[in-house]
Ligand binder design. Structure first.
Ligand SMILES: Cc1cc2nc3c(=O)[nH]c(=O)nc-3n(C[C@H](O)[C@H](O)[C@H](O)COP(=O)(O)OP(=O)(O)OC[C@H]3O[C@@H](n4cnc5c(N)ncnc54)[C@H](O)[C@@H]3O)c2cc1C
Length: 387
């Protein structure tokens, strides 16, 4: 049986950063991947241009039952380190908003760089990880095709989101088998479905995108919201889904910088205009018809009670989504392997020596904007440095 210093399960962002880091330290590495090629998620991420980091990456941008867990890894391999990695490979980048970095060309350039960095590893593609056994000196890793021996085992097999790209619960199963707890998994960074009774009124808005502020629980998110044929999408909805649980309302402010009631009152005196005309500068007609309802209302004749009603629909439209689009359309999986039993400094299991976990399989989920790939790279680096 072939022996390696480490076997890494999963040729995703975190697995390959782990492999690259360990190879630089002279370790022998095998990577097991059930897809025919590596980095499938990187290839589709950021609309094909891969939003690979965000300079703002810090614990405030991650959701976890253990909010401090990500701090050490993000410090050991920071967004600046990731940017340096990319620049060392002469990859051209651009910032969509300050600090949010994408590849100028396509994700393919970053994939090429990661494959170059890991060319000394032995890759086993089209090979499904089936489990492992502990031995006196390490592990025997079982796949459907072969068995490999290793000193360290790294579980980097990602979450359950986007099954179309080949995902599995193998990471969670392996963790459970070794006594690790799993924080319940749910789809996140995912659009919302609305009830058909609501969609009856909203279907005309399909395709309209507006800058909004969404409040869900104690979180406020300022981003663009997109109305779709099934409900709500766009960055605002995706981001809100990270903090949303079934049954919770979303409160949407369509004019977050304006107190709409005060604005209408200030215009009311001597006004000859209709209420809906006031909003022509802010919204498309279809949205005005939906949010105001009665197109013939004259501002001067509309009682304050009615103006308050209209204002509250614009400043605090409240809706309870029926659910989300599920793992099929989720960019990430929230929840995962409980970090309480994993070292935040090394990513090593506190239960089993030389067993490591990296990336999305852990209960760390970043907001939209490059935070998830940064987490994958940081945690992969840390494991690669310590195995
Ligand atoms: C459409 C989309 C767009 C995204 N865009 C961005 C973005 O722009 N920026 C950002 O930060 N994040 C983005 N993300 C999230 C980001 O891609 C992931 O969080 C990140 O890739 C996770 O890396 P990982 O290495 O932990 O897991 P993965 O990249 O999922 O890698 C896990 C690997 O393990 C393999 N595997 C699983 N089970 C087995 C098994 N049993 N045997 C063998 N191999 C197995 C998988 O095939 C996969 O290659 C996006 C995600 C999606 C779906």
């Amino acid at each position: 049986m072939k022996h390696f210093d480490a076997v890494i399960i999963g040729a995703g962002a975190s697995g390959l950063m782990c492999a690259a880091t360990a190879l630089r330290r002279g370790k022998s590495i095998a990577v097991i991947e059930h897809n025919p090629k590596a980095l499938q998620k990187v290839s589709v991420s950021g609309g094909g241009k891969c939003n690979f980091t965000n300079m703002a990456a810090s614990k405030e941008h991650y959701l976890s039952s253990n909010p401090d867990f990500c701090i050490s890894a993000l410090k050991q391999f920071s967004p600046r380190d990731m940017l340096q990695f990319v620049q060392n490979h002469r990859i051209k980048t651009y910032q969509k908003t300050p600090g949010r970095f994408f590849c100028s060309e396509t994700s393919a350039v970053l994939i090429k760089a990661l494959l170059q960095e890991t060319s000394a590893a032995e890759f086993f593609y089209n090979t499904v990880f089936k489990g492992f056994e502990q031995t006196k000196n390490g592990f025997i890793v079982k796949t459907e095709k072969n068995s490999l021996e290793c000193t360290s085992l790294v579980i980097s097999c990602g979450g359950l989101s986007y099954p179309g790209l080949g995902v599995s619960s193998a990471g969670y199963d392996a963790a459970k088998k070794t006594g690790h707890r799993i924080i319940p998994c749910r789809p996140a960074l995912v659009p919302f479905n609305l009830d058909s009774s609501v969609m009856k009124h909203l279907k005309y808005l399909q395709g309209i995108s507006l800058p909004v502020e969404i409040k869900t629980g104690s979180r406020r998110i300022k981003e663009d919201l997109l109305f779709t044929h099934f409900g709500l999408s766009g960055p605002a909805a995706l981001q809100a889904s990270l903090y949303w649980n079934k049954g919770m309302p979303l409160q949407i402010n369509f004019l977050p910088e304006t107190d709409v009631f005060a604005h209408l009152k200030s215009l009311k005196q001597n006004s000859k205009q209709k209420v809906n005309t006031v909003f022509k500068a802010f919204f498309p007609d279809k949205f005005i018809n939906f949010i105001i309802g009665e197109p013939s209302l004259f501002l001067a004749e509309t009682p304050d009670k009615k103006l308050r009603e209209i204002s509250s629909r614009i400043n605090a439209w409240t809706i309870v989504p029926a659910g989300t689009r599920g793992f099929r359309q989720a960019e990430v999986t929230a929840g995962g392997i409980d970090t309480a039993d994993v070292s935040s400094r090394t990513m090593e299991s506190k239960k089993i020596k030389n067993l490591y976990f990296t990336g999305e399989v852990l209960d760390i989920t970043g907001e939209l904007g490059g935070f998830n790939l940064q987490w994958a790279f940081s945690s992969g680096y840390v494991a690669g440095k310590n195995l």
